[in-house]
Design a protein around this ligand. Structure first.
Ligand SMILES: [Mn+2]
Length: 198
């Protein structure tokens, strides 16, 4: 099987983003976005998806974190999509309820080629430290749109906003891991009656 790796470089007037992924990795990452909380979340995304990620971003943080977070999501989505190629052999579907202390969050994914985000997560505070909680949705919107991924995220309950955000990243990581893994029973074919997913 071809190596499922890809790189994306994306430069605009707002951000300069480099992302390298290896779908069949071990969850190793090197992440520098200039946004500490976001680095912590991306580290979780890599660790629990087992997708190796090198991410280097220089964004216009003097404005706010928005462009940096969104454009990183765009580039990670593009890199994952490129690395998956024609999506041959993938498990395609996964869903999981992920618990962390008092918080429970569900993620469900279809690596379908059809971008769609259903986001049912409420934060009770506008900030986690200096990080805008509304950017969590912006990140996953960009990831789903550019990754050709149908993604549903539902926070069942939770009190701590750090935990709510972190369960979103960890739950998505775990379903990405399962859905991008090669299904040995159909490793040679694209898992769609249409015959294509990309
Ligand atoms: Mn944490």
């Amino acid at each position: 099987m071809a190596e499922r790796r890809a790189e994306i470089s994306r430069k605009t007037n707002e951000t300069d983003v480099f992302v390298r992924v290896n779908i069949d990795g071990t969850g190793k990452s090197q992440i520098s976005t200039g946004v500490g909380f976001f680095d912590h979340m991306l580290d979780q995304l890599s660790r629990h998806s087992l997708i190796d990620m090198d991410i280097n971003v220089k964004g216009d943080l003097h404005i706010d974190d928005h462009h940096t977070v969104e454009d990183t999501g765009i580039a990670i989505g593009q890199a994952i999509s490129k690395a998956l190629g024609d999506r041959r052999g993938i498990t395609r579907y996964a869903s999981l309820d992920l618990a962390m202390d008092e918080t429970m969050t569900k993620a469900a994914v279809d690596i379908s080629g059809r971008p769609f985000l259903v986001w049912n997560v409420m934060f009770s505070a506008p900030k986690i430290g200096t990080f805008d909680t509304e950017l969590v949705r912006e990140f996953f919107q960009a990831l789903a749109q550019n990754g050709g991924i149908t993604l549903h995220v539902l926070n069942h309950y939770g009190a701590n906003n750090h935990h709510i955000a972190e369960t979103c990243f960890k739950a998505v990581a775990r379903v990405l891991r399962t859905a991008t893994e090669i299904d040995p029973r159909q490793a040679d074919r694209v898992p769609s009656t249409k015959g294509m997913l990309a």
